[in-house]
Structures are given as structure tokens and as C-alpha cells.
Design a protein around this ligand. Structure first.
Ligand SMILES: [Zn+2]
Ligand SMILES: [Zn+2]
Length: 219
């Protein structure tokens, strides 16, 4: 198959992430995440459907076909291995690494990627804890749940940050809210939607929104 454009790759990757979260990608949500007009999304999705990459179910949303999913997983693989390259070998901060990886993910040849994976020692996840798809297109998700699900007194180990955004990542890092850290829920108040947590030895306040994108494994 011919190489698809970076725009197509960006769409497929985003649809995959939305499917993981909501089972199906709604056109309106896709437009919001990609920061483009709804009309543009509708047009592009139509093109993707003609290429056999997605199925658009009227009034429901968009799903990837087998072919579309394969490409989306390849993009994720390039993204997450690029992040590892940047943080592990080049010492780049994890928030910046994500931004740069958004560009590298469209441009790394497969043979280079294989070598990179070997040099990195076949990492299982990106620096933010999200699983790296294998070269065969398989992805293994470690079981975890949003920190928000935990109750007062519960303790969990951070597994992954499900939304990689520069500002969010910078903020989380300051409080050591990174994969592998131990978090204890000290207080949860619905009135102001805040969670008070203890990360290793530091106390921090998290909005419910932030607590919903940090996934943990309860211990
Ligand atoms: Zn990233
Ligand atoms: Zn990542």
C-alpha cells in the first residue's frame, strides 16, 4: 500500500484513541480534538471511508477498519518509540518529548524503527506509561483504572497518563505524578471536585479532571 499522508495518519491515530475511550469516535469530538472545523472532518472522513480505512455509522460515529487500525497502531508505535529515544537516550524532558514525537511519528522508516527498538532494549511502554504496539501490530494494555475511581485511604501505583499534553505533563512531573510513583488518596471532596493525594512524600491537590487521566493499579 502507498504511504498515506500525515493528515490521514493523524486522523487514524486520533480515532483509535477515541475508540479506546468511548468505543466509537464521534465526528464532533474528533473535530474538537484535532482542532479543525466540523465540515473539514466530515469531508476527510468521507475520503478515509472511500480508501477503506474507516466506517462511518450515521448518527453513531466512526470506527477503524482492520486496515485503518493497522496504520493507526504503526503511528502509535513510531510515536512512543520516538518518545523513548528522546527521554532515555537524549535526556529530553517528557513533556517536550511528546511534542517532538508528534512530528517524528510520521517520518521514521521501519528499518530505523527496528534498530531503535533494539538499542532501547525493547521497551514495553512510552515514558508516560502507554503501551508500545509490537511490529506485528499487537498492543498489550496493563490493567489499570483512573485515579479518580479510588476512595479515601486507597493506594495505587501510577501506570500511565492517558492524555499526553505538554502543560499537563509539565504539571504532573512537578508533583512526581509519573508512572511507578505510589499515590495515596488523602481526601476526595465532590463539592469542589478536588482530590488531595500524597505522592511518595509530597502532598498535592488534583482536580477531578486530572485524576481522571492518571491511571493507577490499586495496591
Ligand atoms: Zn506522546
Ligand atoms: Zn507517551
Amino acid at each position: 500500500m502507498d504511504k498515506v499522508s500525515s493528515t490521514v495518519e493523524e486522523y487514524l491515530k486520533t480515532i483509535l484513541r477515541l475508540e479506546e475511550k468511548f468505543e466509537i469516535a464521534k465526528t464532533s469530538v474528533l473535530a474538537e480534538v484535532l482542532k479543525v472545523a466540523l465540515g473539514t472532518v466530515t469531508n476527510t472522513v468521507e475520503k478515509l471511508e472511500k480508501q477503506g480505512l474507516v466506517i462511518h455509522e450515521p448518527y453513531k460515529g466512526i470506527k477503524l477498519t482492520e486496515k485503518g487500525r493497522k496504520i493507526a497502531l504503526e503511528v502509535l508505535r513510531r510515536h512512543r518509540l520516538s518518545e523513548r529515544l528522546l527521554t532515555d537516550l537524549l535526556g529530553v524532558d517528557w513533556s517536550r518529548a511528546h511534542e517532538i514525537a508528534c512530528k517524528l511519528e510520521h517520518n521514521l522508516p521501519n528499518d530505523i524503527l527496528k534498530n531503535l527498538e533494539k538499542v532501547l532494549g525493547h521497551p514495553k511502554t512510552c515514558p508516560h506509561g502507554n503501551p508500545i504496539p509490537t511490529s506485528c501490530g499487537e498492543i498489550f494494555e496493563e490493567s489499570s483504572e483512573p485515579l479518580l475511581n479510588l476512595k479515601q485511604g486507597d493506594v495505587g501505583i501510577i501506570v500511565k497518563i492517558t492524555e499526553e499534553e505538554k502543560e499537563i505533563l509539565e504539571h504532573l512531573r512537578k508533583f512526581k505524578l509519573i508512572p511507578g510513583s505510589l499515590v495515596k488518596v488523602l481526601e476526595k471532596t465532590s463539592v469542589d471536585s478536588l482530590m488531595k493525594v500524597k505522592v511518595e512524600d509530597v502532598e498535592a491537590f488534583l482536580s477531578f479532571r486530572l485524576a481522571s487521566i492518571i491511571n493507577v493499579k490499586k495496591v
